[in-house]
Ligand binder design. Structure first.
Ligand code: NAD
Length: 293
């Protein structure tokens, strides 16, 4: 069992840190938000007063919103690397740009810190149930060292390559998720506008070739227009930017991804940034003049 510093105790990081406590690790959590820190204490963890304090551990996990926060917490003044002891295992589980992950890995190596990126898929429920899919970029030996920790958080844990590869796989994941939400939303609009009960219709879809985890978990809440996050539109907008930048770097054309990115941008522009990404339904309803409450 390890002593683990956990920085970023939000929708995902909170339940992940709690699962590490449950698995028997000593968890020292840090978040800017006091309510998030209190929730970890209620789950049996302890809290740190700063990033530096949380870095006094064998393993540090970060689960932060975006690249700037990871740069600040890991690379910035008074950040993880400034306080890390040689040999520390740093696992960044945030979804960020692949080039930021590569920079973190390079800077960490200068300080003899072993850095992995390990973005996740599976949403809040996957975090709570410790069944996340985890796509890891970094050195094989560091991956092996991280497995006992990652095993307490997820079910499918795969090293997909060196630094940056995990984030590239996550970008591919996000374009598939965004595209699936958009099409499920269009199916709901079509069914309702045609006078067909969407619940029954989607039940059939969920049992056939159109089945997906999104239909399984989200069809009921979408039909009922329950859009509490979950995964915020704002974060998915960030991820579509990462996917398009990765496509540009790889010199490939991803026209459907570009369209989904525009729909998610429209969701933000229409004021839905803080809602769950299933609120893409509202954008597609608005497009047909079928605005719901
Ligand atoms: P969130 O906004 O709920 O949590 C982020 C937490 O980081 C917040 O509690 C915030 O206070 C804290 N934070 C921000 N800056 C900080 C700093 N400088 N120091 C300490 N704490 C800081 O976001 P989330 O939904 O938990 O997502 C976290 C990451 O996981 C994102 O990169 C997201 O894209 C990714 N992700 C989210 C989901 C999901 O379903 N929510 C699924 C897969 C991946």
């Amino acid at each position: 069992m390890s002593t683990i510093g956990f920085i970023g105790l939000g929708i995902m990081g909170g339940p992940m840190a709690a699962n590490l406590v449950k698995a028997g690790h000593t968890v020292i959590g840090f978040d800017l938000d006091a309510a998030r820190r209190d929730a970890l204490v209620a789950a049996g963890g302890t809290t740190a007063g700063s990033v530096a304090e949380a870095t006094d551990a064998e393993v540090v996990i970060t689960m932060l919103p975006d690249s700037p926060q990871v740069e600040q917490v890991v690379l910035g003044p008074d950040g993880v690397l400034e306080h890390a002891k040689p040999g520390l295992l740093l696992i960044d589980m945030s979804t960020i740009r692949p080039d930021t992950s590569r920079t973190v890995a390079a800077e960490a190596a200068k300080r003899e810190v072993r850095a992995l990126e390990a973005p996740v898929s599976g949403g809040e429920k996957g975090a709570i149930d410790a069944v996340l899919s985890i796509m890891v970029g970094g050195a094989e030996e560091d991956f092996q060292a991280a497995l006992p920790v990652l095993g307490a958080l997820g079910k499918t844990i795969v090293r997909v390559g060196g630094p940056g590869a995990g984030q590239t796989v996550k970008a591919a994941n996000q374009l598939v998720v965004g595209g699936t939400y958009a099409l499920v939303a269009e199916a709901i609009v079509l069914l309702e506008a045609s006078g067909v009960d969407p619940s029954g219709g989607l039940d059939v879809l969920a049992g056939g070739l159109a089945a997906s985890r999104i239909l399984e978990l989200k069809r009921k809440s979408m039909v009922e227009r329950q859009f509490a996050p979950g995964f915020r539109i704002d974060l998915h907008h960030k991820d579509m930017g990462i996917a398009l930048a990765a496509a540009r770097e790889a010199e490939v054309s991803l026209p459907v991804t570009a369209l989904i990115a525009q729909l998610i941008a429209a969701a933000r522009a229409q004021g839905y940034g803080a809602l769950d990404h299933s609120a893409l339904l509202k954008v597609l309803e608005n497009a047909s003049g079928r605005t719901s409450a």
